[in-house]
Design a protein around this ligand. Structure first.
Ligand code: GAF
Length: 406
């Protein structure tokens, strides 16, 4: 399939000071600035909307939101990337046909309105350096950063967990992707140097420091995002729900694939239409892998951890069928390269990044080798990123005022 949507821009180093300057230029007012990070996911893909387990972390690529009160009757949103302004009534934030980026924000405003918060007109600017379509969850970072900024500006003090759900609602209803909770949760709740295991049913979570000894995390961006990504995502979700409905007939206590074992699936295999069995067996195995991977890391067994990443990719590619030629190619190349413990596609799939656990002293060689192979076979540029783990959504302290002389 050749429906590559966007050959993405390479990372721009857009910083809070750049956002502030733009804000001052457009609105002549000092903004409140919020940062909200993208995320990686070590393991546990497509398990979140099945009430399963994930192992994400927030990273040092961030969406930035600048916000201040406005005098006029309307609110404005400005995207630095698109150099475009959208004006709307804060009490009636309708979904728009164009531009698409505005819906992530308008959906969040809709949630504040529906929950009865008294919004005042504001100016907001969005920018940042989370690459879009790379599976690093730029959309959740945008929704979460904006929700937090609106909350801070008005002083509502909405709990972060509620903001997470409001951001997810925007994605479901204004963007149209029936995503799970992982991305919004990670952006909002990340912690520096740490990943966490999240139980997507109870939303209980446990941080742990990521200690990969001589190894580090490298992302390889395919620089493609196939156009079927969003529709296929929603289809996978409904296939899982179909599987649950079939099993419920036999096991009334089953609420989601979280409650299902491989034996239960096997016992009713011939009742599952089409690909539903494959989808379900992948989810059941992936949930198990997250729990085992968490034990591997606790014991410092990095080899076993790496093997689980390869197994996860295999399931995502063959059973869940959310990989693509470019992702499979990069995982195969990583496997061939000595000095890699594990690799897999990351995020929703159909493009975006692979995550690789690479020997620290071979990172440059690894990126160069995969870049060359990708160019040679796929005829496209691959971009490699080394990421650091960062705190979740927060205010950026910007204006250190000159100390008073008095
Ligand atoms: C996307 C979704 F937004 C997440 O909720 C999650 O399902 C992920 O794909 C796959 O694990 O990022």
């Amino acid at each position: 399939q050749t429906d590559v949507l966007n050959a993405k821009e390479s990372l721009s180093e857009f910083q809070p000071a750049d956002l502030r300057n733009k804000f001052l230029e457009l609105y002549h007012q000092e903004p409140l600035v919020v940062r909200s990070p993208g995320r990686i996911n070590l393991i546990g893909e497509h398990t979140d909307y099945n009430e399963g387990f994930v192992m994400p972390a927030a990273i040092d690529r961030e969406i930035l939101v600048g916000i201040s009160s406005a005098q006029g009757p309307k609110a404005t949103l400005y995207s630095v990337k698109h150099d475009e302004t959208v004006t709307f009534d804060v009490n009636n934030p309708e979904k728009v046909e164009n531009p698409a980026w505005a819906n992530y924000l308008l959906g969040v405003v809709r949630q504040f309105v529906d929950k009865g918060y008294d919004l005042k007109p504001f100016h907001a600017i969005i920018g940042g350096n989370v690459p879009t379509g790379a599976g690093l969850s730029s959309s959740a970072a945008l929704e979460c950063g904006f929700a937090f900024a609106v909350d801070q500006l008005h002083g509502f003090q909405v709990p972060k967990l509620d903001l997470i759900h409001m951001a997810q609602w925007a994605e479901h209803h204004y963007v149209g992707v029936k995503c799970g909770i992982m991305d919004q949760f990670s952006s909002m709740m990340g912690a520096a140097g740490q990943a966490f295991v999240l139980d997507c049913r109870s939303l209980s979570y446990r941080y742990f420091p990521v200690d990969l000894k001589d190894y580090t995390i490298v992302l390889c961006d395919t620089m493609v995002k196939h156009s079927l990504a969003n529709s296929a995502y929603n289809t996978r979700r409904s296939e899982c729900e179909k599987g649950v409905a079939i099993l419920k007939e036999h096991y009334p206590a089953v609420r989601s694939l979280r409650d299902v074992t491989a034996d239960m699936l096997q016992a009713h295999r011939d009742e599952f239409p089409g690909k539903v069995y494959d989808r379900c067996i992948y989810i059941v195995a992936e949930n198990e892998r997250v729990l085992q991977a968490s034990e591997d890391l606790a014991k410092g067994n990095l080899n076993a951890f790496g093997q689980r990443l390869y197994a996860s990719h295999d399931g995502l590619s063959r059973l869940y069928e959310v990989s693509c030629l470019e992702l499979d190619f990069l995982v195969d190349e990583a496997k061939k390269f000595g000095g890699v413990l594990g690799a897999r596609m990351m995020g929703g799939g159909f493009g975006g990044c692979t995550i690789n656990i690479v020997k620290k002293d071979r990172v440059n060689e690894f990126i160069d080798t995969l870049k060359a192979a990708y160019q040679h076979t796929i005829h496209r540029e691959m971009v490699g990123y080394v990421v650091a783990l960062k705190d979740g959504t927060s205010i950026v302290p910007l204006t250190a005022k000159e100390p008073s002389l008095l």
